[in-house]
Ligand binder design. Structure first.
Ligand SMILES: [Zn+2]
Length: 389
């Protein structure tokens, strides 16, 4: 692995923006940052960046099913490698490979495949698979969205334990419905075992949400989508998600899943610590419009939307870089804040902030270079150039 010196661009570090800065990358880690005018002498390949560009920490997508024709449920090395190779193009340098409600055998295969991928193929130069997000099967049929109803099951600790074993202990986040029988027991078990319990595809009332938080839920899956909405006499999952400080919220900021006004309302309520940008993208991302599979169902992709035959939204084709730009436009936040929602917040939630989620000495060199229009011009995954426009 070559050591690198990135120079001349602005650098968004943990301590603020350095104008005309440098980043020295040694053995895949950020070793030093500073002003390019006082550049230290180091044995490294120099990469001169445009002075109008800014280097930001790589984005972390905690909810992504697929991209580039591949899906986590394909359960092949190739599928995960395809996702990991294409995601740096949109600034994503690590992610949770996300499963969907399916028959148990299919989920087990996807988990076993991810376990094998993480131990043998998770190399620098590609986005890092940080583990798995198990979306379903422990959800509520009445709020299923595009999750196939026939494979939905009651929350079951014993079944989860088998799934966690199949994954090589790599399930980091579980989307579930706390109001179902044993829902809160499963949340307690997850919390005790350092797995993030996320409420999603749920019809919970506010009172049931309070119980879920008490049991240890700390996360809400794609706020407003697949849940009991907010009503003035029934705050539901959505109202509770906005009110409980214990809960971090995922948002799909494509302007389609959630309209701009609701994105603005959410960030005003939660503040910039409480929101995590995700894509929830499916395999059609980065491909042309047409017909694709999601969880054994046909999905048609056109006009930036992915829909089941009955018109239900079926994941997205959103890119992380665009979700940042949308948040800035729709909610009037700064680039620094948008990066926080895409990098620092997910890193803290996954408890990997000691090595990812910001630009600071000692952390993985997961870096994204944005031009003045906030388009990605380069991306580095653990110190290796992974994308160049
Ligand atoms: Zn999803």
């Amino acid at each position: 692995m070559k050591d690198l010196m990135l120079i001349n661009a602005s650098v968004l570090t943990e301590k603020g923006i350095i104008e005309k800065g440098y980043i020295y990358i040694k053995n895949g880690k950020i070793a030093e940052t500073g002003q390019a005018s006082s550049l230290p002498q180091r044995q490294a390949e120099v990469i001169e960046l445009h002075e109008d560009s800014i280097v930001v920490p790589g984005f972390i997508d905690v909810h992504i099913h697929g991209a580039g024709g591949a899906d986590t449920m394909d359960a092949t090395t190739d599928a995960l490698a395809t996702m990991a190779s294409i995601l740096p193009d949109e600034g994503t340098t690590s992610f949770l490979a996300t499963t969907i409600t399916q028959e148990q055998k299919a989920i087990m295969r996807a988990l076993e495949n991810a376990a094998d991928y993480i131990s043998h193929h998770n190399n620098p130069g590609k986005a890092e698979v940080l583990g798995l997000h198990l979306e379903g099967p422990f959800i509520n049929e009445t709020r299923k969205g595009a999750q196939p109803a026939e494979h939905i099951t009651t929350p079951d600790i014993e079944l989860f334990v088998r799934m966690q074993e199949a994954s090589g202990n790599n399930i980091r986040l579980v989307t579930l419905a706390p109001e179902k029988e044993n829902g809160c027991e499963l949340i307690e078990y997850l919390a005790e075992n350092d797995v993030i319990a996320s409420v999603g595809h749920s019809d919970a009332t506010y009172v049931q949400m309070a119980e879920a938080v008490k049991a240890g839920a700390t996360h809400v899956t794609h706020l407003f989508n697949g849940m009991r909405g907010m009503h003035h006499r029934d705050p539901g999952v959505a109202g509770a998600a906005l009110l409980f400080d214990e809960l971090k919220i995922e948002m799909i900021a494509d302007g389609i899943h959630v309209v701009p006004e609701m994105l603005r309302l959410s960030i005003r309520t939660k503040g910039s610590d409480g929101v995590i940008l995700i894509t929830d993208s499916m395999r059609a991302k980065c491909l042309k419009n047409g017909s694709y599979d999601l969880g054994g169902q046909e999905v048609s992709v056109a006009d930036g939307k992915a829909l089941l035959a009955d018109g239900t939204l079926a994941g997205s084709i959103l890119k992380m870089k665009d979700s940042l730009k949308n948040m800035m436009k729709f909610a009037g936040i700064s680039l620094e804040e948008a990066v926080k929602l895409a990098s620092e917040n997910p890193a803290r939630q996954l408890k990997v902030f000691d090595r990812k989620g910001s630009i600071a000495s000692g952390k993985d060199a997961d870096l994204v270079v944005l031009d003045q229009n906030h388009e990605v011009t380069m991306a580095f995954c653990r110190g290796v150039a992974s994308y160049t426009r």
